[in-house]
Design a binder for this molecule. Structure first.
Ligand code: HEM
Length: 419
């Protein structure tokens, strides 16, 4: 391990394989061994900088220093993101598109989302009571697909719910996949894009009435900064940017179930609470368990920070998981402790499970409030409103596979409606 350009760097031609082998821990392991929050490596054949921690996150989210266009790996664009979505935009074009995303997140729209989520949990419970066992990950995805479509104004035929749930899930399950997994993800993207493009065309041709405040309606009629309607492909990519991640909340819901099962003392505190502890519990689930490992950007123009030189065009990864487990920020970061959020003052740069910085000006997740609301409703059902048994199974989860999902996908049996 030598030191050039004053950034500690990993020797060797390429470390993409190490990244695959070490997954969520890749950046954190090196931040520890270099005793530095910034280091240089080589990924996908090119120089790359990795960094983590609060200060690094502040720099990463400075739009004068980093840009997004060209930062996402081609594989992720082909599966997870789609082409020309908000993730790839910079400057005024980004702000204009992001404004539309954020206009979907009003208190009224979030209340509608909570109501839909409760309705879907009730209806799922009625079905689960008739079943011997439920595979939570899979059944919650179906529930969330219904929530996502209803909230976004996307009509879905009852006999196609399972099919579209699987296709939407394939988009994020394949994000870091190689070989057949990647191909499944690409196929799913083609199918889902075609489905949503047809709906957008129908809205524009007035053959489908869409409710005004829904994502489908807003993206169908959105005009870019030049006053032009979005092309149909891009409008569909953005509607899918709402549907896909809502289905992905199934991963956090699996981790809620794990936390409820593994930490009964914490779960007891949820009973008859005023909602404050539930919120702390959710925040701790989002901090503690692995989900999005890092965010990627490109250095916009040469700059120096803390004596380190960042060269224009260098791929830079911000360690999201590692920042949420940084001992400089969190006491005993590897212990699940919702109480840590009791007096938490909040910081857009130190607690970053869904990215950091400003929602409107930067690339922080547009759906963070949606995620928290759906998680709160789901926690209430899992902890307070139903009884179930957890049979013997492998509840462990990988720190390498991205995304990480408990190996058994959380099997529940003899589900009954609770008090
Ligand atoms: C399931 C849990 C979720 C996780 C872990 C998550 C995580 C993230 C992360 C890490 C980013 C990128 C931040 C960056 O590049 O700096 C992001 C961006 C984004 N997320 Fe989420 N997200 C989730 C749910 C959602 C939901 C429910 C929605 C929509 C309803 C959503 C919509 C978006 C959009 C549109 C962006 C792009 C924002 C931009 O580029 O300006 N996400 N998310």
């Amino acid at each position: 391990m030598a030191d050039t350009n004053n950034i500690p760097h990993e020797d060797g031609l390429d470390h993409s394989l190490n990244l695959l082998r070490e997954g969520y821990m890749y950046i954190l392991n090196r931040r520890r061994s270099f005793e530095s929050d910034v280091f240089e490596t080589r990924l996908l054949g090119k120089k790359a900088i990795c960094m983590g921690g609060k200060e690094a996150s502040e720099v990463f989210y400075d739009p004068d220093k980093f840009k997004r266009n060209g930062a996402a790996p081609k594989r992720a664009v082909e599966t997870l993101f789609g082409k020309n979505g908000v993730q790839t935009l910079d400057g005024e074009a980004h702000r204009h598109r992001k404004q539309l995303f954020m206009s979907l997140m009003t208190p009224e729209r979030l209340q509608i989302l909570r109501d839909i989520t409760e309705k879907q949990w009730d209806s799922a419970l009625s079905q689960w009571e008739q079943m011997e066992q439920v595979v939570l990950y899979e059944d919650v995805q179906i529930l969330l697909c219904r929530v996502a479509c209803e909230w976004a104004g996307v009509a879905i035929k009852e006999d196609e719910v399972k099919k579209w749930t699987k296709e939407l899930a394939a988009l994020f399950e394949a994000a870091a996949g190689v070989g057949p997994m990647h191909w499944l993800g690409r196929n799913a993207r083609n199918h889902v894009e075609q489905w949503i493009q047809e709906l957008i065309e129908m809205v524009r041709d007035h053959k489908l009435v869409s409710s005004e405040n829904t994502a489908l309606h807003k993206f169908a009629w959105h005009r870019d900064i030049n006053g032009e309607l979005l092309d149909i492909e891009t409008a569909a990519v953005e509607v899918i940017n709402i549907l896909r991640p809502i289905v992905a909340i199934s991963i956090f819901i699996n981790f809620i179930a794990l936390a409820v099962h593994h930490y009964p003392e914490e779960t007891k505190k949820l009973k008859n609470g005023d909602g404050k502890f539930a919120e702390m519990f959710i925040q701790e689930v989002r901090r503690y368990y692995p989900f999005f490992p890092f965010a990627a950007a490109m250095v916009k123009k040469d700059f120096t920070w803390n004596g380190f030189n960042f060269e224009e065009g260098t791929l830079t990864l911000l360690d999201l998981y590692g920042t949420n487990h940084d001992p400089k920020i969190w006491d005993n970061p590897d212990v699940l402790n919702p109480e840590r959020f009791a007096g938490w003052e909040g910081s857009p740069f130190s607690f970053i499970p869904q990215g950091g910085g400003d929602y409107f000006m930067g690339h922080r997740c547009a759906g963070e409030w949606v995620t928290i609301e759906i998680m709160k409703v789901s926690l209430d059902y899992l902890a307070n409103r139903k009884d179930f048994e957890v049979p013997d199974q492998d509840l462990s989860y990988s720190m390498v596979s991205i995304p990480s999902i408990p190996h058994s996908k959380v099997i529940l049996q003899h589900v009954k409606r609770g008090m």
